[in-house]
Design a protein around this ligand. Structure first.
Ligand code: ATP
Ligand code: MG
Length: 566
C-alpha cells in the first residue's frame, strides 16, 4: 500500500518524517548514518486472533517501514506450542493483509531459528553463563525473591560445564518429562531487576509444534527467542509495548554475550486501551471458549475479524490509529473515537438505502388498490456520481414504529393522528385513523397522501416538520438485523472478573425488519447507510432467502445513551 491509496492523503509527517518519538528516533538514525535503512517487524504470538490493540502495533511498524522506505517483517513468535494453533497463524496473516499491509517475502518464524538458538544456548553453557536447574517450579519461584528482597542462588547453579552440556543435550533428546529441569542464564540472583535473576532460557515440553512437529522436546522462552530473532533478521528498531521496558536489560545481556549478526535497539510505546473493551488475549480466548460470544469474529469482539464482520472498513481503523498517535504514557482511549473514525469513512463511501427495522403498517386509503409506481432515490447525497435508483411506492407501506405516536408530546414532529409528514422521495401523507389489536397495541395506520406532492414537495409551498423513511409492504424484503452494543457495561471492565461486567444486552436481534429490494441484490460486503438509522453491513450468515445485516455503527455517538456515560 502506498500513501496515495492509504486514504491519508498527504504524507502525514511532512517531507522529513517525524511526528512522534519513534519516528523522530528513526529519522535521526537515518540522518546520522547509524543505519542505512529501517527494518521493523510485527511479532505476534499465534495464540489468538489479532485485536484493535495489535492494529496499533501493525500500523506503527508497517507504517514506519513505508514512510522511511524500509521494510517490515511479519514474524510469528511461536515458542509456546501448547497454546499455538494453525488457525491463529492463518487468521493473523489474513488480518494483517486486510488492514492493508504487505510483508512481501519477509515472513518469518521464531521456530525457523530453533537450531541457531539452541547452539547459542550451548555457547552460553560453555562460557559458564547458563546452567541446568533441577528445582521444581515452586522452588524456583520461592527462591526468586521479591521487588525488595534479593533471590537465592539455586543449589544447581555451580554445575560444571560438562554436566550442564550433558543434561541439556538429554533434555533436548527427550529423556526427561515436562518440567523436570530447565536451562537458566547465570546472571545475578540479587539484581534489582527480577528479569535478570537467572531467567529461564529453555523448558521441557513434549508437545507438537504447528511447524516443527515433534522435532523438539525443549522450547526456548519468549525472552530468550525474541531479541535474538530480531538480531538474526537484522531488525534495526525493535518496537514493543511498555511492559517490556524491564526486559530490555536482559535482551541487551543476550546481545552482549552471543555472536549475534546485528544489534537491534528496543523502544517501548504505550499500548492501546479502549473504554468498554478488554484487549487481553487471555480474556478474549475465554470469551470465545466460554460461549459468551459466537466466535473470534463475533461483531462484538474487538478483534480485527470481529470488526471486519461488523462492517468496519480497514481505512477507518488506520484513521483511528493515526488519530490517537504514539506516545510513551499509558492512557485509555474513548471507544467513541473509534466509532467516529468509522462514521467519517462510511459517511463518504456508504450508499444510502431505506430499511425499516421495526415495521408498522401504513395503508394509504386514497391510493388505488393494486397500483404501484417507481420513484427516484439518490444513492449518495454528496456524490452525484453514485447515481440514483428506483424505489417502489404503493398503497401499503411500512414505517418505523417509533416514528409514530398516538399521543405525542409537544416536540414530537413525526407522525401522529392528524399530522402531515413527508415520506422520503415520495409524498406527503396524513394520518387519519389508528387501528389496534385486542391488546390495545397499534398495528396499522390509515393515512391519505397528497398526489400533488410527488417527489416530496408541495406546490403550494406548505411545509412539514419531518421526513421519514419507509418501504413498500409488497416489494420490501424481510431481513434480520443485528444491533450491537458494547460487550461490557463498565467503562473499565475488570479483566480478572470480566464475566461480572458483561453487558447482557450486547446483541439485540430484530427478526422482522424490511429492507428495500435493492439490498437483496447486494453482492458485496460493503456497508450501506440505512437512512436515519446508521451503517449496516451484510453478515456472512445471509442466504438468498434470509438476509442478515449487522449494524456497524449508528449515525450519532450512542455511547452516552447506551451505557449511561455523560
Ligand atoms: P500475549 O499476552 O499473548 O503476549 P499480546 O497482546 O502481547 O498477548 P502478542 O502476539 O505478543 O500479543 O502481540 C504482538 C505485538 O502486538 C507485540 O509487539 C505487542 O507489544 C503488540 N500489542 C499487543 N497488544 C497491544 C496493544 N493493546 N496496543 C499496542 N500494541 C499491542
Ligand atoms: Mg506478547
Amino acid at each position: 500500500m502506498t500513501y496515495a491509496d492509504s486514504g491519508y492523503g498527504e504524507r502525514p509527517y511532512g517531507d522529513v518524517p517525524g511526528g512522534d518519538f519513534i519516528r523522530d528516533i528513526i529519522a535521526n538514525d537515518l540522518k546520522s548514518g547509524r543505519i542505512n535503512s529501517v527494518v521493523a517487524r510485527f511479532p505476534p504470538e499465534p495464540n489468538g486472533y489479532l485485536h484493535i490493540g495489535h492494529a496499533k502495533s501493525i500500523c506503527l511498524n508497517f507504517g514506519i517501514a513505508e514512510e522511511f522506505s524500509g521494510r517490515c517483517h511479519l514474524r510469528f513468535d511461536d515458542t509456546n506450542p501448547t497454546r499455538e494453533e494453525q488457525e491463529y497463524i492463518d487468521a493473523i496473516e489474513a488480518d494483517v493483509r486486510w488492514l492493508g499491509f504487505d510483508w512481501g517475502k519477509h515472513l518469518y518464524h521464531a521456530s525457523d531459528y530453533f537450531e541457531r538458538l539452541y547452539g547459542w544456548a550451548e555457547d552460553l553453557i560453555r562460557k559458564s553463563l547458563a546452567y541446568v536447574d533441577d528445582q521444581t517450579q515452586d522452588e524456583m519461584r520461592a527462591a526468586r525473591g521479591t521487588l525488595t528482597e534479593p533471590g537465592r542462588n539455586s543449589p544447581f547453579r555451580d554445575r560444571t560445564v560438562e554436566e550442564n552440556l550433558d543434561l541439556f543435550r538429554r533434555m533436548k533428546s527427550g529423556e526427561f518429562p515436562n518440567g523436570a529441569r530447565v536451562l537458566r542464564a547465570k546472571i545475578d540472583m540479587a539484581s534489582g531487576n527480577i528479569n535478570l535473576r537467572d531467567p529461564v532460557l529453555y523448558r521441557i515440553l513434549h508437545a507438537t509444534h504447528p511447524r516443527t512437529g515433534t522435532a523438539w522436546s525443549i522450547y526456548p522462552s519468549y525472552d530468550y527467542a525474541h531479541g535474538q530473532s530480531d538480531a538474526i533478521e537484522g531488525v534495526t528498531h525493535s518496537i514493543c509495548t511498555l511492559e517490556f521496558e524491564d526486559h530490555r536489560p536482559l535482551y541487551d545481556w543476550f546481545l552482549d554475550h552471543l555472536p549475534v549478526p546485528s544489534r537491534p535497539r528496543q523502544y517501548e510505546f504505550a499500548r492501546l486501551n479502549l473504554t468498554y473493551t478488554v484487549l487481553s488475549k487471555r480474556v478474549l480466548t475465554e470469551l470465545v471458549r466460554g460461549g459468551h460470544v459466537k466466535g473470534w469474529d463475533d461483531p462484538r469482539m474487538p478483534t480485527l475479524a470481529g470488526l471486519r464482520r461488523r462492517g468496519v472498513p480497514p481505512s477507518a481503523i488506520r484513521d483511528f490509529i493515526k488519530r490517537i498517535g504514539v506516545a510513551k504514557a499509558n492512557s485509555v482511549v474513548d471507544a467513541g473515537v473509534l466509532d467516529f473514525s468509522i462514521r467519517e469513512v462510511l459517511n463518504k463511501t456508504a450508499l444510502r438505502r431505506m430499511a425499516v427495522l421495526r415495521p408498522l403498517k401504513v395503508v394509504i386509503e386514497n391510493y388505488p388498490e393494486g397500483q404501484s409506481e417507481e420513484l427516484d432515490a439518490v444513492n449518495h447525497p454528496d456524490d452525484p456520481a453514485a447515481g440514483t435508483r428506483k424505489v417502489r411506492f404503493g398503497r401499503e407501506l411500512y414505517i418505523e414504529q417509533d416514528d409514530f405516536m398516538e399521543n405525542p408530546p409537544k416536540k414530537f414532529f413525526r407522525l401522529s393522528p392528524g399530522t402531515e409528514v413527508r415520506l422520503r422521495y415520495a409524498y406527503f401523507i396524513t394520518c387519519r385513523e389508528v387501528v389496534k389489536n385486542a391488546a390495545g397495541e397499534v398495528i396499522e395506520l390509515r393515512c391519505t397522501y397528497d398526489p400533488a406532492t410527488k417527489g416530496g414537495n408541495a406546490p403550494d409551498g406548505r411545509k412539514v416538520k419531518a421526513t421519514m423513511h419507509w418501504v413498500s409492504a409488497k416489494h420490501a424484503v424481510p431481513a434480520e438485523i443485528r444491533l450491537y452494543n458494547p460487550l461490557f457495561n463498565s467503562a473499565s471492565p475488570d479483566a480478572g472478573n470480566f464475566a461480572a461486567d458483561l453487558n447482557p444486552n450486547s446483541l439485540e436481534v430484530l427478526a422482522d425488519a424490511r429492507v428495500e429490494p435493492a439490498l437483496a441484490g447486494l453482492n458485496s460486503a460493503e456497508p450501506v447507510q440505512f437512512e436515519r438509522q446508521g451503517y449496516f453491513a451484510p453478515d456472512p450468515d445471509s442466504t438468498p432467502d434470509h438476509l442478515v445485516f449487522n449494524r456497524t455503527v449508528g449515525l450519532r455517538d450512542s455511547f452516552a445513551k447506551v451505557v449511561g456515560k455523560p
